[in-house]
Design a protein around this ligand. Structure first.
Ligand SMILES: NC(=O)c1ccc[n+]([C@@H]2O[C@H](COP(=O)([O-])OP(=O)(O)OC[C@H]3O[C@@H](n4cnc5c(N)ncnc54)[C@H](OP(=O)(O)O)[C@@H]3O)[C@@H](O)[C@H]2O)c1
Length: 390
């Protein structure tokens, strides 16, 4: 379906928030001069202050998630909509609905599996019909993992079984918005599991190819040279979805996803912190107190972001060949996330891409075009070692 003439190439919704402002900042500094764009949100005064700070000549659009008409107008005015309004399971659905109906490309930062599954069940079919590309998880969740897996698979011979493992290491400070999203997800694990089952039943089965996520075991991993914990985030689900959609991942593909840590002590401390937060999140008064630790709108300072870093090592095995690759960059949660989100929007707006529609992953919708963009913007994808062991 051809997109009718739109007023804007890109609209950033939630630009007044911590990550939204960083995304707008990135676009102001890196977007092509010809780009027509707008900042959208519910607080015009804050948006005008941001526009003045950035020194850009952009339109301000009033939009609130509680006003469906404002979201319809926003979706119909733009070719691509970027949203950082989260927790997405609480605030995200009306905009996905509006973009799916209007045939507008959509990118977000959600790392919430329940939200992604729900949006698949409710809007994938509409978006396929209108031509909208609904691309979730365009931040640290899950671009390094999704495109890193695609990059690694691309180094191995086609048409053969592949076993892939990803090991994540990172350092950084999280924002109030991310903390709230994580705590919200912890309180909804039952709903998330039910929606996931529903999606599995509704989604058409693949053909002959076998694709699966394999939960790994905690402990010392000799191949990775690190203590590892299985990481049941949204990332392995996204990698597997890309593998289901793309034949290049071979006839039999498996993926395991881990956090890599220096010592068993750190692994124990991380497990205890996650378990403690999970337990407290179940009790409403404790949850309230927990959320005060990191209020909405607050995030790491520029100095803290400067020190942030991430590295995802992949070990891919196919027959007698083993390959080690790495995706690496700076502050994962915010600086690099804003870059990944903005580059995803630019990629959808301007790059020649394979025709796709509906809910699609970053590897399926943008693949190498987005990887090349990110590589050029300082997020490196490289082969560390390539061995034929047989
Ligand atoms: N996956 C990743 O790698 C990653 C990384 C970073 C962030 N995130 C996610 O991104 C989201 C944003 O995080 P953040 O730290 O930037 O949060 P934040 O600073 O709290 O920003 C939230 C934004 O949502 C807006 N908003 C809230 N309610 C709204 C409504 N009814 N209508 C319109 N706008 C509304 C806020 O507007 P006001 O200014 O008017 O309040 C603000 O612009 C979170 O879900 C977080 O988990 C993900």
């Amino acid at each position: 379906m051809t997109t009718p003439q739109r007023d804007f190439d890109i609209v950033v919704f939630g630009a007044t928030g911590f990550t939204g402002a960083l995304t707008a900042e990135y676009l102001a500094a890196h977007a092509p001069v010809r780009m027509r764009w707008a900042l959208a949100g519910r607080n015009r005064g804050k948006l005008e202050a941001l526009r003045d700070r950035l020194g850009v000549d952009v339109t301000i659009l009033d939009a609130d998630v509680t006003d469906a008409g404002s979201l319809r107008r926003l979706a119909e005015a733009s070719r691509v909509v970027v949203t950082t309004v989260g927790p997405y399971v609480r605030y995200g659905e009306p905009l996905v609905a509006a973009c799916a109906a209007a045939g507008t490309d959509y990118v977000d930062l959600t790392g919430e599996p329940e939200f992604i599954d729900l949006m698949y069940l409710r809007y994938h079919a509409t978006a396929e019909r209108t031509g909208a590309r609904l691309v979730h998880a365009c931040g640290f969740d899950s671009i390094p993992h999704d495109l890193g897996a695609l990059f690694t698979v691309g180094q191995l011979p086609p048409g053969r079984p592949i076993r892939l493992r990803g090991y994540v290491s990172a350092g950084g400070v999280i924002s109030g918005g991310t903390f709230e999203s994580a705590v919200t997800a912890f309180t909804r694990f039952r709903q998330a599991a039910a929606v996931h089952r529903e999606r599995r039943q509704a989604q058409p089965r693949g053909g002959e190819r076998r694709v699966r996520a394999v939960p790994g075991r905690p402990g010392y991993d000799r191949d990775a040279g690190a203590w590892v914990l299985p990481l049941p985030t949204v990332d392995p689900q996204i990698v597997v979805r890309s593998a289901q959609a793309l034949d290049r991942y071979g006839p039999d593909f498996s993926y395991s996803h881990f956090m890599a840590l220096k010592s068993p002590l750190t692994a124990a401390a991380v497990s205890a912190a996650v378990a403690g937060t999970f337990a407290l999140a179940q009790l409403p008064p404790a949850r309230k107190l927990l959320l005060r630790i990191r209020p909405a709108g607050v995030g790491p300072t520029p100095a803290q972001r400067e020190k942030g870093w991430f590295r995802v090592r992949f070990i891919g095995e196919s027959g007698d060949q083993q390959i080690v690759t790495e995706v690496a960059g700076g502050d994962p949660g915010y600086g690099e996330t804003a870059k990944m989100l903005a580059e995803s929007a630019l990629c959808l707006a301007y790059d020649p891409l394979p025709p796709t529609a509906g809910q699609v992953t970053t590897a399926v919708a943008m693949g190498d075009a987005l990887r090349v963009r990110l590589d050029g913007a300082g997020i490196s994808f490289r082969v560390v070692a390539d061995d034929v062991t047989g």
